[in-house]
Ligand binder design. Structure first.
Ligand SMILES: [Zn+2]
Ligand SMILES: [Zn+2]
Length: 133
């Protein structure tokens, strides 16, 4: 009565598993599933976050679906990108504190639709001013 031994493992195609979370990146033109983050790093619910941080660290940009917080110093070139407000704010405040630079803090709210996203983001930028401490 052990008919289930006939189970064909080859039918178990990963593409058929809908609940494997995937991440895509239009910059890299690639897509990943989060098996590595889930299995190797035991990241659980943070798997996507972990992937996004790693992708930023190694590829230099965030994957699709991430709207980073950007701390943009008015004096230093480039900007630091963060997944959430708290570390971005901390970076901005510490940078302003140590360098007396003004840092613009904003949430990159680049939506898939609507043309005003950039304008809104610019309006929402918050200036961290070292002189106000
Ligand atoms: Zn990428
Ligand atoms: Zn600076």
């Amino acid at each position: 009565m052990d008919d289930h031994a006939d189970f064909d493992i080859e039918e178990f195609d990963i593409d058929d598993v809908d609940d494997t979370p995937t991440v895509s990146c239009t910059v890299c033109d690639r897509e990943w599933d989060l098996d590595f983050e889930l299995d190797e790093l035991h990241a659980g619910n943070q798997a996507f976050e972990q992937f996004a941080l790693d992708h930023q660290r190694h590829a230099g940009h965030f994957p699709d679906g991430v709207t980073p917080w950007v701390a943009d110093c008015r004096h230093c070139p480039g900007g630091e990108e963060f997944l959430s407000e708290r570390p971005a704010r901390r970076w901005a405040r510490t940078h302003a504190r140590h360098t007396r630079h003004r840092v613009a803090l904003r949430h990159e709210n680049v939506g898939d639709e609507g043309g005003d996203a950039e304008e809104d983001a610019a309006e929402l930028a918050e200036l961290i001013d070292p002189n106000e401490e």
